[in-house]
Design a protein around this ligand. Structure first.
Ligand code: 4UV
Length: 515
């Protein structure tokens, strides 16, 4: 076996919960701002953040939700997000984080699959939340800032003074959803130990200090925003300014106002920051690092954005199933176009995906990763778990990569069927199932086509049912009701049949080649 251990050595993973780790970073900061709501400028201090986490944990316990219950959060980035997340974690529960752009059927599916008993949301989503909880185990919808229904303030109780004991290595603290290498989105079982390990592993090399400020638009529901911004940033005593959704002008304005030092972005934002004339209208001189992840970014754009900001421009690589970070670029050690080196306590292999044997050094193969950040498995899905995790703890990423002599990892291609639209996951199997639910469709296949702005967009190949006259407009209207906008195919191609292997697997490469 040819393994590549981290060149940054190992780290000890403290035996604490993710909330206790966060509190270690917040303690002693008292009135210092921990999170600022970007649009309103409202400040939540470190002391208030801890106090509200303890009170909400107490209140959820008094209501019988904790310990043990699963609470879903359907909200954009806002200071209340980490309050809910950590109150549930501190009280011995499980959080499932839902994309707030989801439709009611998508939310319903996640609530039911994760067996959520409570849904926390904001006033704008109450209607969709009510439709989504029908027929699930959700007993209460809690609305942040609501006047007329059960609000987060109503749920606050007597402060809980200690972490509810859980098995840190087995208890699932968060269930984000990811399709992984194949199929529909699945609950990714991450433990306290996974999250704590990843914050410590990345914190050891990221060089974040209490003087750092980030504008947090990367959504907290997705593992990148959850770990890097919400958890790592707060734990390192740095300051977060939340943005509910990405808007270039607001982003630039907040950078200027709050003197942001580090920008955590995805490739389409890198492109905008490199090219858009708006950038010149703001003072962005405080920025020292621009960090991109979640999808491929070419070295030209990476360099261009760094030049424009007079800042270091680097990439990292992660996957929900790895809590998520396995690779990161460290200041002073930059190779443009690379996703960086393995974070401490992380081993890699580059494996021939068919023969499952290790490739010779420098050759391309599937990236396998092992370390304390690797998930327990997929919720209620031992088959998918067994396909992704080996008996001896290696995670098969489904990405094709090379590792150079200095340990720099370069992602070359994706073996898995996953499509990434602006860094968001689009699971072809989910879109195909939605299309096949239309009575005019007998079969469908969805693949990604590269796109200058979004990275990739989904394209659908559709086989009409006999006699059906369904057209693109019918299918657009149909997916509108069941899939979030970024999963909608950008094009429909009508075909006589979908190419499949003898075992019935869609031959996606063949379809992609014809695009
Ligand atoms: O599961 P997921 O949606 O997870 C992510 C996580 C990305 C992160 C998180 C923290 C970081 O510090 C960071 O640098 C990146 O996206 O999707 C996982 C898949 O996204 C692709 C790859 O196919 C993964 O299996 N991907 C993620 N990062 C990169 C990437 C990258 N730097 N270059 C190319 N593809």
């Amino acid at each position: 076996m040819t393994t590549y251990p981290s060149l940054h050595g190992t780290v000890a993973v403290p035996e604490v919960s993710i909330t206790e780790l966060l509190f270690r970073g917040l303690e002693g900061r008292g009135d210092a701002p921990a999170i600022i709501d970007g649009p309103t400028g409202n400040v939540l201090s470190a002391g208030d953040l801890m106090d509200r986490i303890r009170r909400l944990a107490g209140g959820l316990t008094e209501r019988g939700v904790l310990p043990g219950g699963t609470v879903a959060i359907l909200a954009p980035n806002m200071p209340e997000y980490p309050i809910v997340f950590h109150a549930v974690a501190y009280g011995g529960g499980t959080v499932t984080t839902i994309n707030p752009t989801y439709t009611a059927p998508e939310i319903h599916h996640q609530l039911a699959d994760a067996r959520a008993v409570m849904l926390v949301t904001i006033p704008a989503f109450v209607e969709v939340a009510r439709a989504a909880v029908e027929g699930t185990g959700v007993r209460d919808i809690v609305v942040i800032g609501a006047q007329t229904c059960l609000s987060l303030d109503d749920v606050m109780g007597r402060a809980k003074q200690a972490q509810v004991p859980v098995d840190l290595a087995r208890h699932v603290v968060v269930l984000p959803y990811s399709s992984g290498t194949t199929g529909r989105p699945k609950g990714v079982m991450l433990t306290h130990r996974n999250l704590v390990a990843n914050v410590i592993q990345s914190g050891a090399v990221a060089g974040i200090t209490p003087d750092d400020v980030a504008i947090a638009f990367l959504p907290f529901f997705h593992i990148y925003g959850m770990t890097v911004l919400m958890n790592l940033f707060l734990q390192q005593r740095a300051k977060l300014v939340t943005m509910p959704r990405f808007d270039l002008e607001m982003f630039l304005r907040l950078i200027e106002t709050h003197r942001a030092t580090r920008l955590y972005i995805v490739p389409p934002v890198a492109l905008a920051l490199a090219k858009h004339p708006l950038v010149d209208q703001f003072d962005v001189s405080s920025v020292v690092e621009v960090f991109s992840g979640a999808a491929p970014l070419g070295p030209e754009t990476e360099i261009a954005v760094g030049d424009r900001f007079g800042a270091r421009s680097v990439q990292g690589y992660g996957m929900t199933e790895m809590s998520p970070i396995s690779h990161m670029t460290v200041a002073g050690n930059i190779r443009h176009g690379s996703s960086g080196q393995a974070v401490p306590s992380t081993e890699c292999r580059i494996v021939d995906p068919v023969a499952l044997s290790d490739m010779a050094p420098g050759q391309e193969g599937e990236l396998w990763v092992r370390g304390p950040q690797v998930m327990l498995g997929y919720l209620n899905n031992p088959e998918a778990t067994a396909e992704t995790l080996t008996q001896d703890g290696w995670l098969r990423t489904g990405d094709l990569a090379v590792i150079d002599a200095d340990g720099f990892m370069f992602i070359r291609d994706r073996l898995k069927e996953l499509i990434k639209f602006k860094g968001f996951q689009v699971a072809p199997a989910e879109v195909e199932a939605a299309l096949c639910a239309h009575p005019g469709v007998s079969d469908a296949a969805v693949v990604g086509r590269s796109d200058a702005e979004a990275g990739e967009v989904p394209v659908a190949f559709v086989v009409r049912a006999p006699g059906a006259e369904v057209g693109p407009e019918d299918l657009r209207a149909h997916v509108e009701g069941c899939l979030a906008h970024y999963k909608h195919p950008s094009e429909y191609r009508f075909v006589d049949s979908v190419p499949k292997s003898a075992s019935g697997k869609i031959l996606r490469r063949e379809l992609r080649a014809g695009l």
